[in-house]
Structures are given as structure tokens and as C-alpha cells.
Design a protein around this ligand. Sequence first.
Ligand code: GLA
Ligand code: ZN
Length: 657
Amino acid sequence: MKIGVDYYPEQWDRDLWIKDADLMKKTGVRLVRMAEFAWCRLEPREGEFDFSWLDEAVRMFADRSIGVVLCTPTSCPPLWFYEKYPDAVMTERDGQRTRTGIRGHRCINHPAVRRCCRRIIEEMAAHYAGNPAVAAWQIDNELEAYFCFCDHCAERFRNWVKSRYGTLEAVNRAYGNVVWSGEYSSWEQVRLPYGHYPSAWLNPAFMLDHSRFASDSVIDFVRWQADIIRDRCPGIPVTTNVWFSEHMPDLYREFEGLDFISYDNYPSAHPAEDEAGFSHAFQLDMMRGVKRRSFWVMEQLSGGLGCWAPMGRMPEPGLIRGYALQAFAHGADTVLHFRWRTANIGAEMHWHGLLDHSNVPGRRFYEFADLCETAEALGEARETFVRAEAAVLLSFDNEYAFKIQPQTEGYSYLEQPRKLHRALTGLGMNVDVISSGEDLSGYRIVCAPEMYIADNKAAKRLHSFAREGGTVILTVRSGVKDIHNNAVMAPLPTVYRDMVGAYVSEYDPIGRDTVGVRFADGTLFSAGQWCDILETEGAETLAVYDGEYFRGRAAVIRSRYGKGTVYYIGTVGEQALYDRVVSEAVKGAGAACIPGIPSSVEVTIRSGNGKKFYFVFNLSSRETACRITGRQVSLAPYEMKILKVVEKEEAAVRPNI
Ligand code: GLA
Ligand code: ZN
């Protein structure tokens, strides 16, 4: 694993640069990311370029065997740009233009933005072509599928709809525009969703397409930049850094055209007992799942966070090292810390880096130095990868559709995938979080929560996976909508009914109310949000509701389908309910796991060349101990230990549940 840092030479006096670079080299930093916000220094006046300062920085790092990641600075055009093209900013729903003064104001669909971005990217990429210090390119910074309401976006959306449907009749049918007399009689009537209405008041079919369009705009922008970079500076891998935002582009499609995915990883600095580490593992597994390959962390937690919000806690001792190794355990091969030093100027001066404002190395810095040493010493672990027998499926169509129409008070799409993921990782299993469209071969157990928007490919794959002996876990809100986000006229879960061996005779969106769910052995769990009342057609009832007018009716069921097994969870339960169902499913599927690890301990396995490395991470402030493949492992608070096991040895001690 390579460790690096994010660095902003443009924000520091030159005499600090060399001191920084020397300390980086001494500490073991291998990569430095630069320039994502430096457009005003790279092109101070339109068409006048100055790469001299960046050259100096690149050279300085190269002289110390430190590689660089260069970024296209397109998230922050300089003020001369906005002066000349005042309408190239993003526009709000009500037509108000975004005011400059923060960052990321530009509309990525605006022709002037495209023209000026092309020029700076071409100049920069050509300037650094053939420079051996350049390890990778980062496009822009944390691009989100924002909704811009400018006229250029409106025009592009209209063309997007036109090319998708061809005729107005087809659009009207797909959107169900007859409702409330919304039928288009000319293409000009295809407009953006202006106005401050809650999205749920607007046509859901139209809104889903609008979200898809916003995502496609980012994908187009990214591919367009990648082409320019590759044309001028061939042979260097290209990525963009993503974060877990409100408006995520469809990462599965976005990264088809890029060389690797990179992620900005800010796990909790002060994790609540037993909780936060696992939720971040979900994100890491999701990033590895995007290209089903190793990924980078382009920004990694280094200190207390605070800028838009008041300052938060500093990372507990152990977490700087532990979280970076956790990222590696989950498939990252490079981790860059954000940032080398906390800014002394600008709005982010309270978002802490490895060094504090004082520039005096402290506890966090020394822990980082220790991490750099550990990373260098990982040796053969680098030749390994994360292999999983379990997968959790995700879809961005579902993410958008649930945001457009929240199902109940408090319902969130990702809650069930996260809980299923947590249940699997709680058993010490590796889990792939992958696109619902992926090939499922090689897995023993696949969790397919909330398969809401029709995805024929996914439905077909799940059927044949189960038929051939796989174990599938399905949940509420499956088979509900067609591809346009319109309701399907058939009993739920429609296309999954045969697999599930039951249908939903009635449902009740109970929201924040709760109801008990009782298993045959008497164990009782609490559930909320949604209750499917199931009528079995061959499935076996595992648990029934313990209250409400549907007391005694089936809530969790299991059926045999072909050679496989299909579970259906008809409600949204507390974590323990998923733990229960998943452990039964894992047992039935014969998947390898490590039962009995304490709930605060995360175990992730990298394997290859006959060797296995167990990454054992204590995500609590208490000392703890556990048994891993026959060995007793004791862990200090927030300690990460790496255990090497030769696979032959392990066969003898592989535990069964
Ligand atoms: C994001 C951005 C960074 C910085 C950090 C901290 O991750 O990519 O530029 O703004 O947040 O605020
Ligand atoms: Zn726009």
C-alpha cells in the first residue's frame, strides 16, 4: 500500500515547501496530490498560463522519489472567468444564479465552461506529458450530480429526453403525463422541474429521468475530460474522487470510462461503540465493488473535521493508522491523507490535517509516520486481494427513486443494504457491495434488498443464481416499479413472486410506529417502516408479526427455488433481525465465516498465493480479545492487527457454525 498526502503549494510560502517535502520524504510519503483548486495560479489571466510554480513543486517531490497526482482544476474557475461569463454559474430551481465566493459554482453543461476547461486541461496535460513523476490524474473534485436549472441544462435535458424516447407520444406514455393534464404537445414543453416543490409532488417518472440526466451530465463531463487528458498525456491512469453525497452520479457507469475509482474517506473520528466502523466498511466495500478492483482513497481522515459545521472530535489514538489499514483491508491500494497540514487561511482552516496550524508534529502526525512504516512493511500482503462469498446489490435508479418518493417517514434506501452488510461483516465475512447488474457467479449468498425499479437483467440473474443453488435474501419494496418509475399492476413482489414462494396480500407503511416480529423459537425483534403481509404459496414462515391487526401473519419467509434458497424479509427490522436471518442463510449456504467475534471487532481477509491476511480491527475504546483461526488475538482500543495465515494451516482450524 502506498501512503500519500493532499498538498496545496499555492497556499504556502515557498520556504515552507522544501521543509515540507523533506519531512514527507523522511516520514515515508510516496505520493502527493496537488492543484485541484489552483486554476487562478495556473491561468492567472485568460489564455496566459503559468506552470512554473507547479513545475517547481513537482520537481521538488520527484527529487525525493515522491510521485504526484495532478488534478484538473475545473471545479474552481478563476474570477476572470465569471466576470466574462456571468451566466456560466449553476442556477437554482427558482432561476436565481449561484453567487461566486465559495467553490464549485460552474455549470458543467455551459459551453463557456467546456471551452475554458478544455483549454486549461489541454495545456496542463500537454505540459506534463512524459513527466515520470506524474502517477495519476484526478478529474475535477468530488463531482456531484447537481441539479442546475440554467437554459443550457434545460436544452440538454430536452435533447436527452428526445433521444431516449424519439416521439412525444412515447414520452407522454412513459411519464403518464395524462395525469393532471400534463401531456406535452411540443418539445419546448419539456422543461426542468423548476420551482420549490417537494420532489414527491412532481411526476415520479419525469423526476427519475431528470435524476438520470443529472447523473449522465456528470458522466459526460468526466468522460470528456478523460479523453482530453488521454489525448495530451497518454499512458497515465485517470480517475475522479467521489464521496458519499446527497446527489451521487451513477458510479457504476461513471467509472466505466476511468482507470480506477478513488474515494474520499472520512469515517467517524470518535466512533460510537460498535457502530461507525462497520458503516464505513460498507462504503469501502462499495468502492471496491464499483470496478470490482482495488481502489484509492484520495482523501483520508487526518484530524478533527470542521468548517461548515463547528469542529468535531479529533481521531482517537489508533484511528489514523487503523482506518488507513482498514481501507487497505477492504481493497484500497493507495491512501492519501487530507491534508498534510491544516490550512491557516480560508474557510477550511478548521478541517484538520496531519499537522496542526502550529506546524509542530504531534500525536496524529507520529501515528501517521508509524502508518507509513507499516505500509512499507506490508510485503506479500500487497499481492493479495479481497475475495468474497457474499454480495449486497445496489442500484442508483433505486437510490434516485427512493429520494424522489420517500416510502414512509424516516425510510432510507441504504438502511437495509447497510444492515445486511453489517450482519455479514459481523460474522467475519468479506462482502462485495456491487451493482445489481453484475454477474453473480462465485457467490454463495446474495442480498438483493429493495429491488424497487425494474431491472430485468438483475431479476434474471437472481433467478438463475437461486435456481443453480445460490442463497438470495430479498426484502420489502421489490418489484414495485417499472423502468419508468410507474407502479406495476401485479401482486408484489411481482417478478420475484415465484422465487419468494409468496405474495404480498396487503401492506402497511407503518413509518415510525413499531411492531414485533416473532420467530418460531420465540425470539422477538422490533420492526418499523414497512410491513408486507405475506400470503405464502409454498414458502415456509420463519417469523410472524406479533402485533397490529396483522398479528400472526407471515413477516419473514424462506422458500426453495430450484436448487437454491430464497429468504424474504417483509419488514424493516432492527439490526438483530438481519443478524438472525443472515446467520441462518450463511449456515444454509455453507459459506465460510468466523462466528463469535465481538461486535466491535471487524475482521477482513485478503488472500492470494496460498496466503491469507486477517485484518483485525478493534473499533471500540475498550481492550478486547477474540479467537481468529485458532489464535487468540488481544487488541488495545482502536488497534488494528494483521495476522498472516498460510491457507493449508488454516484448513485444519477453519471453524464451522
Ligand atoms: C472534501 C473536498 C476537499 C475538502 C474536504 C474537507 O473532501 O474534496 O477539498 O473540502 O472535503 O472540507
Ligand atoms: Zn446548467
